[in-house]
Design a protein around this ligand. Sequence first.
Ligand code: MG
Length: 448
Amino acid sequence: MMTSNQKHKRLFGTNGIRGIPNDDLNVDFCMTVGKAIGTFFNGKIVLGSDNRLSKDMTLDAVNSGILSTGSETVYIGVLPTPAIQYYCKKHNMPGVMITASHNPPQFNGIKCIDSDGTELERSREEKIEDIYYSRNFKISSWEKIGRSFSDNSAFELYLNGVMDKINREKIRNRKFRVAVDTGNGAAYLTTPELLSRLGATVVSLNANPDGLFTSRESEPKPANLKYLIDLVKSGGFDFGIAHDGDADRAVFIDEKGDFIDGDRTLALFVKYYIKKGEKVVTPVSSSDSLEEICEPRGARVIRTRVGAPVVSRTMIEEKARLGGEENGGIIFGDHQYCRDGAMTLGIIMDIMAGEKRTLSSLIEELPEFYITRKTIPASSGFEEIAKALKDGFKGWEISTMDGIKLRKGHDWILARPSGTEPIIRLFTHSTSLKRSEEMSEQVQKILK
Ligand code: MG
């Protein structure tokens, strides 16, 4: 991942440091990163984790590194990433989350959070990297070594934070029936409890924390949600919801058992949330439906590179209330500037209760665009891939905001190197599913 203008290898990808414990993410490395983090923040630091098997080793190593610099830490438990971020924001303290989000179970990761609850800006991550590589740590004398405390109030703080932003009474009156699949991940307590407090009848799947993710893979895509889809199809549910491992994302199944693409959930929120003169922020990878909804009502769509941190930053700069990605990661500025799976659930219930409609009927009315997603091993250089695409689709409009995007009307192709794994992510977009799948086949043939 090293680029020519960098003086050293980047540690942080698009969403923190990721690696395999006892391999690249070993104890020595984690402790050294902890020293760099402690030196940089130089104060009280919040710690939290998801429930991966390596969480204790990784967390303790990072914690030791931080304490050696004289900083104190407050451990708030196994919680969704947005719950940790909300705690940081409310207490005005920076934090570190030990998570590898939706990655396979062997991975873990270190993610830094700023004291306003946002993911650390790239320029500030670079400062931590500089400290790491220069070994310029602020190691304290023995009497000033930091101490570690714990606080179990984050769970209540988070649930109340979400519930304060929605119409609880209307939602309770609707008496929702909801099937939830937390995929053995960090939302195993928060999401079922939130639903119960909102008066819903809840049936939970995979709500046992399990760092092996034995029930399903952590990415909430249709192939991994077979049991949830079957359960909702069996009848009697208003909808189903599933999270990724650290529950900053949420995806939904409608009352008929149909999987709703994250892009369409985002479009639904834009439709019911965005008013005249407002702005919505989204990466180049989400569909044209956002412009189709916003432009007639005098609202604006601002496009960014892919990655939740850049979407959050742009939202703050542009004073946008809503932002999000096509993968089910949605950001509500009135709550906090980061993706939040439980807040996404709260808002969808708010819309459904307010409109007194079924989820499928709300989704049906959205503009019809389809995105086909594929991953390709990053065996050749990205320059080669970009050239092959330009040659294969001559005359198409080219954008290089992130990777390469080629467009003709509502047909577009986006290819970009992943920021978290050694793969190329390929998106094809059109007005019909058949056409987007055909385009995907065609591109894959060209790239072979
Ligand atoms: Mg995640």
